[in-house]
Design a binder for this molecule. Structure first.
Ligand SMILES: Cc1ncc(C[n+]2csc(CCOP(=O)(O)OP(=O)(O)O)c2C)c(N)n1
Ligand SMILES: [Mg+2]
Length: 406
C-alpha cells in the first residue's frame, strides 16, 4: 500500500493536547507543512530577524539568558560558524570520494550548539549520527567523526575522553543507553549532592523519526519512573528521511512528555540563545535530582538526509525556501550587530578561522592512514574469541594467496 492509498484522517478534538500541525497550500495540490512558527508555546528569544523577543513560556529561562556576557554570545556565534564549516567540508569530502557517507547538520547548528554549550564537562552525551555540533562543543576533534565516515576506525573514538558516546545509527537506541547510564549516575551518588563539579546529567539526542521507535518510548518510561537525570533532546527537523512529521506522530513530542510523567518544552531550534537557556535549565534540574525533561527543538533539515539521498524527490523547494529565512547563523549575527556586541573585524576573524579549520580538516582527512585489514576483527568482542581468531587467520591466509609466487 502506498502513501497515496491512505485516506486522510480527520482531526479529532483531543482537548489540550490537540496537534498543532496545520496544512497550507502554496500552489494547487502542493502542500506545505507546519511552516507556521512552531506554535504559541514555542520558546523563542531571537526572532528570524535576530530581534530580541520573549515568546512562549520563557519566564524560567530569562535569568539564564540575562547571565550571558558578550564574550559568551560571541563564542556561541563562533561555534555556529565553525560547526557549519566542519559540516560543509564533510559534505564536500564525501562528494570527492574521500568519505563513504556524510549526514549533514545544515540548518540544525543552533539546536546542537545551544544544547552542547549548555552541557557541563561531566555531563554525558548520547548522540545519533548527525550530532557533529554537539561533538564540537564537547571537544571531540572533527577528524574523529570524519574517520568514522571514511571507514578507517571502528566507529570510533574513546567515549570517555569527552563524555561523548559513539554515534548510533540504530534509530532511537541511544535513548535506552542514555537512560541506563543516567540510572548508573544515580547509583554512583552523582545527583543532587549540591556540588556543581560532581552532579551529573545525561543528554540523549534523537530526531522526530526516533520518537516513533519502541526504544524511545521504553526509555522515556524507564527514565520517568526512575527519576533519572536525563534530558531527552529531540531535534524535530521535520523529516525522517522522506517521511514527514505527520507520519511520525499525531501529538508533537514536547506534548507527549507529559504522558510519560515529566515536562516537555518546545524551543525554537534555530535560536541558539533559546536552546541554550532551555537546555541549561533542564540539565540543572536533572543534576539536582528533579528527573528528566524532554526538549523538542523545532528546526529544519536544510540539506539531504545524507549524501545518499535526494530530497527533491519528496519535498517542495518552497518549504526549504521558507526555512532558509529562519537561518540560525544569520539571526545570531544580526542580533550581535544590532546590540553592538560584535564588529565587522570580529566577523572577518571568524570567517578566517573557519577557512583555516576547513583546510586542516581536508588535509587531515586525506592523510588518514588506511588501517591494516585484519584490524577489522579487533573490537568485535572486548576479549579474545576463538571464532574471531579463526576468521582473522582465514582472511590473512586468503590475502596471502594473492601474493607473488602463490
Ligand atoms: C531501527 C532503525 N530503523 C530504520 C533505520 C533507517 N533510518 C536511518 S535514518 C532514518 C530516519 C531518522 O529520522 P529522524 O529520527 O527524524 O532523524 P534525522 O535523520 O532527521 O536527523 C531511518 C528510518 C535505522 N537506521 N534504524
Ligand atoms: Mg528528522
Amino acid at each position: 500500500m502506498s502513501d497515496q492509498d491512505v485516506a486522510p484522517v480527520p482531526e479529532r478534538d483531543l482537548g489540550e493536547i490537540s496537534s498543532p500541525h496545520h496544512h497550507e497550500t502554496v500552489a494547487p495540490g502542493v502542500p506545505v507543512r507546519d511552516v507556521t512558527d512552531g506554535g504559541p508555546e514555542m520558546v523563542q528569544f531571537l526572532d528570524a530577524d535576530g530581534k530580541r523577543v520573549s515568546r512562549g513560556n520563557c519566564e524560567p529561562y530569562e535569568p539564564i539568558l540575562e547571565g550571558l556576557d558578550p564574550e559568551t554570545m560571541r563564542s556561541l556565534y563562533r561555534d555556529l560558524v565553525l560547526v557549519r564549516r566542519v559540516d560543509a567540508e564533510g559534505h564536500a569530502l564525501q562528494r570527492q570520494g574521500e568519505l563513504g557517507l556524510w549526514p549533514s547538520l545544515l540548518g540544525q547548528e543552533a539546536a546542537q550548539v545551544g544544547a552542547g554549550r549548555a552541557m557541563s564537562t561531566q555531563d554525558y552525551a548520547f548522540p545519533g549520527y548527525r550530532e557533529h555540533g554537539v561533538a564540537w562543543c564537547k571537544g571531540v576533534p572533527p577528524l574523529n567523526l570524519l574517520g568514522m565516515f571514511r571507514g578507517v576506525n571502528h566507529g570510533g573514538w574513546d567515549s570517555n575522553a569527552n563524555n561523548f558516546h559513539l554515534y548510533t545509527i540504530v534509530i532511537g537506541n541511544q535513548m535506552l543507553h542514555a537512560t541506563g547510564y543516567a540510572m548508573g549516575v544515580q547509583r554512583d551518588g552523582a545527583v543532587g549532592t549540591g556540588d556543581p563539579s560532581r552532579d551529573t546529567a545525561v543528554m540523549a539526542f534523537t530526531g522526530d523519526g526516533g520518537t516513533a521507535q519502541g526504544d524511545y518510548n521504553e526509555a522515556l518510561v524507564f527514565a520517568s519512573v526512575a527519576h533519572a537525570p536525563v534530558v531527552f533532546f529531540v531535534q524535530n527537523n521535520q523529516w525522517a528521511i522522506s517521511e514527514p512529521n505527520e507520519r511520525q506522530f499525531r501529538v508533537p513530542p514536547y506534548q507527549r512528555a507529559k504522558g510519560f510523567g515529566f515536562p516537555g518544552v518546545r524551543v525554537d531550534g534555530n535560536d541558539v540563545l533559546a536552546v541554550y537557556a532551555v537546555t541549561k535549565h533542564a540539565l540543572d534540574e536533572a543534576r539536582s535530582g528533579q528527573g528528566p525533561t524532554l526538549i523538542e527543538a523545532f528546526t529544519y533539515r536544510m540539506g539531504a538526509h545524507t549524501t545518499s539521498d535526494d530530497p527533491t524527490k519528496y519535498r517542495v523547494s518552497a518549504e526549504v525556501d521558507l526555512w532558509r529565512e529562519k537561518d540560525p547563523i544569520k539571526r545570531m549575527r544580526s542580533h550581535l550587530e544590532r546590540e553592538g556586541i560584535a564588529d565587522p573585524a570580529f566577523f572577518d576573524g571568524i570567517d578566517a578561522e573557519a577557512d583555516a579549520l576547513a583546510a586542516e580538516i581536508r588535509t587531515g582527512c586525506q592523510n588518514m592512514p588506511d588501517p591494516e585489514l585484519p584490524t577489522m576483527f579487533d573490537k568485535v568482542y572486548a576479549e579474545q574469541h576463538p571464532v574471531i581468531d579463526r576468521e582473522r587467520a582465514e582472511l590473512i591466509a586468503y590475502h596471502a594467496g594473492f601474493e607473488e609466487g602463490n
